[in-house]
Write a protein that binds this ligand. Structure first.
Ligand code: ADP
Length: 464
């Protein structure tokens, strides 16, 4: 399972989400508070207008008798809906008894005589109300005008607002998260392209460059900087390859000279036994050195793509037969059984180079011979499956441990040499891999320690 990574995209999304969430919260709070204050103000204005009318009414009825005034007040109270209005004296006694029972039973608050107007929030019968009290004096008589209005309507509007705000939260936050992720992904997509291109560049294709978008931004600079670095690496690696190729090439001469000299010296019949042994060792070591140099030169040329290989139709069974012909006498000498099975129902023709392919098979057979003890079995088979030809080289040898398996195609890699006394330089499978790549073939291995290994090459066959 892929581990979750807290990438820049995710971080930007979290930032975007947090900022949006905070903005939404502050905006919601500010809107809610401002709505509450404007609803309260609207209540105040309503009550103030009601008291203005009541005051007007009292002013205009100055000349009327008490009964007429009471009647007018009653009419006014009825006209104002629920009739929550009162006119009282400083001691709280009603000057005009309110026509509505609700007003009479209302818990009117105490008057603060120091103030000309009071706007209070009170509870009456468990319900919240706004009350406006205003002092009034006419013809030497002072009174207080009361008006009240329930707050319930405001509370319903406010509750509706908070509910709408909360219900909109998941949608808004989801949209903000998706939007944030989409924005950051879009902005960072060029980084992904650069990363993928950088990933695909290895020592084999150092001449490739990252795509540069002429956007004039940091990403263009990043791609250009990486390309400049690749340029330097490419030239350094090219120099190293040239040096390896030149050194391998130059060393071939002196080594073959040493070998020839040693061989000539060995022919001297008067040589004592010890000197003969020494010359024999020199010949063996020069053979190994020549093999190593040959491998290094092959790989150096392969790296420089200067192998100059021309591919032409090749019949795999013929390659297989030749390689096995070379291997058979060695197998017999070692006491090993070499079986060759051709399961192909038709000729397996691929585009390739006969001698290079024979070398690939020889590397695998040579390893099978080297790493299998007598009385072991080496089986080579050729099969055709759909548009592919499969060659398997299977042995019942010492096998490869899980730790070494991923590295055996690396240059100079040799699995724990203490397991076998086999000579080698660790370049064979690296060359085999290069040859497989050259033929667009897949070379893979499966192995079990002390049970044996199977090397499989899958070639694309020529259609028709
Ligand atoms: P070498 O010259 O050491 O054989 P190679 O590149 O051919 O180099 O192989 C790399 C290593 O892979 C070997 O050292 C050996 O440990 C392991 N190996 C390769 N083929 C086999 C095989 N058929 N059985 C067991 N081990 C093998």
């Amino acid at each position: 399972m892929r581990r979750f990574q807290f990438t820049i995209s995710w971080r930007l999304t979290v930032w975007f989400f947090s900022i949006f969430f905070l903005g939404w919260l502050l905006f919601g709070l500010a809107m809610g508070l401002s709505l509450k204050s404007s609803l309260t103000n609207e209540r105040y204005q309503t009550l103030a207008r009601r008291l203005d009318r009541l005051q007007q009414l009292l002013d205009n009825s100055a000349d009327e008798n008490q009964a007429d005034r009471v009647q007018e007040f009653t009419d006014f109270a009825r006209a104002t809906g629920n009739g929550l209005a009162e006119v009282r004296d400083a001691n709280g006694n009603g000057i005009f008894p309110s026509p509505s029972a609700a007003a009479r039973n209302f818990s009117w608050p105490k008057v603060d005589s120091a103030k000309t107007e009071q706007f209070l929030h009170v509870l009456s019968s468990g319900q919240p109300y706004w009350v406006l009290i205003r002092s009034y004096s006419a013809q030497g008589r002072s009174a207080y005008l009361f008006a009240a209005a329930p707050e319930a309507g405001n509370l319903i509007i406010l509750a509706g607002f908070w509910r709408a705000l909360l219900l909109s939260a998941p949608v808004l936050l989801l949209v903000s998260s998706i939007g944030g992720y989409w924005l950051s992904r879009t902005a960072l997509r060029p980084v992904d392209r650069i990363t993928a291109a950088a990933h695909s560049i290895s020592i084999r294709n150092l001449s490739e460059r990252l795509p540069v978008r002429r956007s004039g931004d940091e990403l263009q600079r990043l791609a250009e900087t990486c390309n400049a670095m690749l340029e330097r690496l490419d030239s350094a690696v090219t120099q190293l390859r040239r040096f390896t190729a030149d050194a391998s090439h130059e060393l071939r001469g002196p080594i073959s000279f040493v070998r020839t000299v040693a061989e000539v010296a060995l022919r001297n019949t008067k040589m004592d036994e010890e000197s003969g042994k020494a010359f024999q060792e020199i010949i063996e070591e020069t053979e190994k050195a020549a093999e190593l140099l040959e491998g290094m030169l092959t790989l150096a040329r392969a790296d420089a793509s200067s192998a100059g290989v021309a591919l032409e139709p090749v019949e795999l069974n013929a390659v297989l037969s030749e390689a096995c012909t070379l291997a058979r006498p060695i197998a017999e000498t070692k006491g090993l059984t070499l079986l060759v099975n051709n399961h192909a129902s038709r000729p397996a023709i691929i585009l390739g180079d006969f001698s290079i392919l024979r070398r690939l098979l020889w590397i695998l057979l040579d390893n099978a011979l080297k790493y299998t003890e007598a009385p072991g079995l080496i089986e080579v088979s050729l099969t055709i499956v759909a548009a592919h030809a499969l060659i398997a080289v299977k042995d019942s040898g010492i096998g490869i441990d899980d730790e070494s398996l991923p590295h055996i195609f690396d240059r100079f890699y040799r699995a724990d040499p203490s397991r076998s006394q086999v000579e080698g330089c660790g370049l064979g499978l690296a060359i085999a891999k290069w040859i497989a790549d050259l033929h667009q073939a897949e070379l893979s291995v499966s192995s079990k320690l002390r049970q044996g290994s199977t090397f499989l090459i899958v070639f694309p066959i020529v259609s028709g």
